[in-house]
Design a protein around this ligand. Structure first.
Ligand code: SAM
Length: 220
């Protein structure tokens, strides 16, 4: 267990998160206590927008920080040829995601694994990578290493889709808020070219109407 993981649980751990990122233990606590505000029981609408635009046509797909699996399941249902690897650090989330895949008879094509993305090295390359609400949890330090890993995971000319809280979201609760310039600079530094960046909403149970977010498509 790293030093960061031993930080005691704060009463309000997700307010005013800055360069230090979200304390990792928060995710384990949130699932255990059924307080994960991002678990809405359905795929993120921004993922469905990306899907309708054909952004997940190139496989295989890597879903990073897949949570309870609704995004990966929705994509796999619409793209019957797609193989998916979905990864999350929290075993409880992974167990839930596996039941979602079994219930939808997707477990042959969608593999769900426990993995800490701060120390993750994919064993294959992917046509598309999805990050719905993960980049914005990392510290500045972890973000750099994480994006370098994402860049290694994507096939040449492949794409990475990011959906992250934006600085237009001013309500309390939630992860870091990323400015357009910040997210673009971080992706460029990791070797991506920004194909498009647009305002979207990231649904949570804590932000009525969804939190202001960015939908980004980046090309390797
Ligand atoms: C905001 S939730 C998003 C979940 C899912 N992508 C969705 O949109 O429903 C962030 C997810 O990232 C996972 N996560 C956070 N830090 C992680 C890490 N270091 N390695 C792997 N997963 C991580 C959390 O457990 C959580 O499920």
């Amino acid at each position: 267990m790293s030093k960061e993981d031993r930080v005691p649980k704060s009463e309000n751990p997700v307010q005013e998160i800055g360069a230090e990122g979200v304390v990792h233990q928060v995710f384990h606590d949130a699932y255990r206590e059924s307080k994960a505000a991002w678990v809405t029981g359905r795929p993120q609408p921004a993922v469905m927008t990306a899907l309708s635009r054909g952004w997940f046509d190139a496989g295989p797909l890597l879903d990073l920080g897949c949570g309870t699996g609704e995004n990966a399941a929705a994509i796999a249902k619409e793209r019957p040829e797609l193989r998916v690897l979905a990864v999350d650090a929290v075993p409880q989330a992974v167990e839930h995601a596996r039941t979602v895949m079994s219930a939808a008879a997707l477990d042959e094509r969608v593999r769900v694994e426990v993995g800490d993305l701060r120390a993750f090295e994919p064993s294959e390359s992917f046509g598309t990578v999805l990050d719905a609400g993960v980049l914005h949890v990392f510290s500045d330090h972890d973000r750099t290493a994480y994006l370098e890993m994402v860049a290694r995971a994507v096939l040449p000319e492949g794409t990475a889709i990011f959906i992250e809280f934006s600085d237009a979201e001013t309500r309390p609760r939630g992860p870091r808020r990323l400015a357009r310039e910040e997210i673009c600079a971080a992706l460029s530094e990791a070797g991506f070219t920004i194909d498009s960046i647009e305002p979207t909403r990231y649904e949570t149970t804590a932000h009525p109407g969804g939190a202001a977010a960015w939908l980004v498509r980046a090309i390797r």
